[in-house]
Design a protein around this ligand. Structure first.
Ligand code: OXD
Ligand code: MN
Length: 593
């Protein structure tokens, strides 16, 4: 067969995998529109995709996954390093030899009667010093078409790779979508990912969580950069200056909404704008001027559909109006469009729900869209996509923001005292579970830097890597580190802060702190705004002065209880816990006394 490259490391690996899975045919994805259009047609002819209304949703398609295959499977996701200690106490671990044997047994002959698609892709703009190449083998056209949206694919990628061996191997086999034999395995020491028995996004679009976070976090550790589960936004002030913020949140905290925030009316009128560079992942490294720079390695958004509407996120909605793939949403048969819970108050009566059954949204008790249904939209479709999105040098980061959902504990915003304290703040991140996920509501789940399911090595080493990066930075140039909490509640369970666009008021304070333009109150946990420095203009009816004081308050007795939770979590890491974090915890304890 004819390969799209002369790179021997690539050819040898593909030939070996062909021998293993035995496809009927092998097709390289060259990135041409002609080839993609033929694949869309083929997928429509088999029912893998359904073409939506060309006038209302041009270039858009609907896909339904198997009902047993609708989300990432953390319990079946493994980090396969030589030793268990390298994977650490927060990852599932399997020895590489054992994992390869098991996976190859599952994958063997599984492409018989199927086509192997070879997808060369670049995470990051092709040729940028930040970027990395991957090759994914898949037997799914749905995967090909999603990868084409989510990454840069095709010939140019192979040209940029040349004969280098620095590329990530990815093998995806749908097999029988058997959830008992579903495995998502990362081999960070081999630059390899193998995913079997799934067809759902996060498990099979190997460029995203598997490469850009799990493998890349390990690469960053070895190569002195960072792969983080962070959005990147640019906040433009009325003078036209743009400051960039990276922010990490666990699932269900509104990350995509923040990345595409629409400023409140008063701010808009003054000329404030928010630019989205990325909504999920940041690759960060030091630039020639000593500051940290970030790129978004992705080329599209794989966003959650339910709850996305003209109010919550008009930019995300606008991004899905063309060339988008919808997965597991409801199909409105009256006009051949799509619908999901929270889109509007007018569910279709004549529809097919996400499992493929007839559905009347007006009368049915069942949901039309799966709660984790998704939209795969090209980044260029987003009305607020940053002009710097393609900048191969990335954007300079002024602030790093961590956050979580805490009803009582964390104030609206606080700033760490310095880099190491900021690393501590990230390491103790936690979120209370919501009704959106299975299990008990309100339970605290620790999720350091929002990387718990995505760190490709021992989290203690990962924290030490953060500390080490800080050592290389001039404190004047290092991003300032903050924590936010949009989810504080009063004693009756009402949210105290309006959130969404009004979060800009907090971002404004953050940028003022970075510029040294505003004072703050020192508390046991860090610097908290003086109430008068949070601009409430336009929301005085919603947020009273007393309410603002309450959201900014730090209750030391609650933090005493939190310390116990942190100690319990840290204990998992034994002697590997960085001394810096141990010291920061001691400082917090002393401050609380
Ligand atoms: C995602 C996630 O899908 O973090 O981005 O779960
Ligand atoms: Mn994510």
């Amino acid at each position: 067969m004819k390969h799209l490259t002369q790179n021997k490391t690539v050819i040898d690996w593909i030939e070996e995998k062909i021998e293993l899975v035995k496809p009927d045919e092998v097709v390289w994805i060259d990135g041409s529109e002609e080839q993609l259009e033929a694949l869309r047609k083929e997928a429509c002819s088999t029912g893998e995709l359904e073409k939506l209304n060309e006038e209302l949703l041009p270039g858009c398609y609907l896909h339904r996954t198997a009902v047993n295959d609708v989300a990432r499977v953390e319990g079946r996701t493994f980090i396969c390093t030589e030793t268990k200690e390298e994977a650490g106490p927060t990852n599932n671990w399997m020895a590489p030899a054992e994992a390869y044997e098991m996976l190859y047994d599952i994958a063997r002959d599984s492409y018989k009667g199927r086509t192997m698609y070879v997808i060369p892709y670049s995470m990051g703009p092709v040729g940028s010093p930040f970027s990395k190449v991957g090759i994914e083998l898949t037997d799914s056209i749905y995967v090909v078409l999603n990868m084409v949206i989510m990454t840069r694919t095709g010939k140019a990628v192979m040209e940029a790779l040349g004969d280098s061996n620095d590329w990530v191997r990815g093998l995806h086999c749908k097999c029988d979508i058997d959830d008992e034999k579903r495995y998502i395995c990362q081999f960070p020491q081999d630059n390899t990912i193998i995913s079997v028995n799934s067809g759902y996004g996060g498990n099979v679009l190997l460029g995203k969580k598997c490469f850009a976070l799990r493998i890349a976090s390990y690469q960053g550790w070895k190569e002195n950069w960072q792969a983080e589960h962070m959005l990147i936004l640019g906040l433009e002030n009325p003078q036209g200056e743009v400051k960039y913020i990276c922010a990490a949140f666990p699932s269900a905290c509104g990350k995509t909404n923040l990345a595409m925030l629409i400023p409140p009316e008063g701010y808009k009128a003054k000329g404030y704008k928010v630019w989205c560079v990325g909504d999920d992942i940041s690759w960060i490294r030091k630039g020639p001027d000593g500051r940290l720079y970030a790129i978004n390695p992705e080329n599209g958004f794989f966003g959650v559909a339910p709850g996305t509407n003209v109010k919550s996120n008009p930019n995300a909605l606008a991004a899905t109006m063309k060339n988008t793939i919808f997965t597991n949403v409801a199909h409105n048969l009256d006009n051949n469009t799509v619908w999901w819970e929270g889109l509007d108050k007018n569910p279709p009566e004549n529809a097919i729900e996400w499992k493929g059954n007839p559905w009347n949204g007006k009368t049915s008790e069942e949901k039309g869209a799966h709660p984790n249904s998704r939209l795969t939209a090209p980044a260029v479709n987003c009305p607020c996509i940053s002009p710097e999105f393609e900048n191969p040098a990335g954007v300079p980061i002024s602030a790093i923001v961590f956050g979580g959902r805490r009803a009582k504990l964390a104030p609206l915003v606080y700033q760490s005292r310095d880099w190491n304290h900021g690393v501590f703040v990230g390491s103790i991140m936690a979120s209370e579970t919501t009704a959106a996920a299975a299990g008990a509501v309100g339970v605290v789940r620790r999720d350091p830097m929002a990387m718990l399911p995505f760190c490709g090595y021992n989290m203690a080493d990962y924290w030490q890597h953060w500390v080490n990066i800080g050592k290389t930075l001039d404190p004047e140039k290092a991003p300032k580190i903050f924590n936010v909490n949009w989810f504080r509640k009063d004693d009756d369970g009402n949210f105290l802060w309006p959130g969404f666009g009004d979060n800009l008021r907090v971002l404004e304070w953050i940028i003022k702190r970075c510029d040294g333009k505003v004072d703050a109150d020192e508390t046991a946990i860090g610097y908290v705004p003086k109430a008068e420095d949070i601009n409430l203009e336009g929301i005085e009816d919603e947020v009273s002065d007393a309410q603002l004081k309450e959201i900014l308050s730090v209750d030391n007795s609650l933090w005493d209880a939190e310390v116990a939770g942190i100690e319990e979590f840290y204990a998992k890491f034994g002697d590997k816990l960085p001394a810096t974090l141990k010291n920061e915890l001691e400082t917090l304890k002393a401050n609380l006394k």
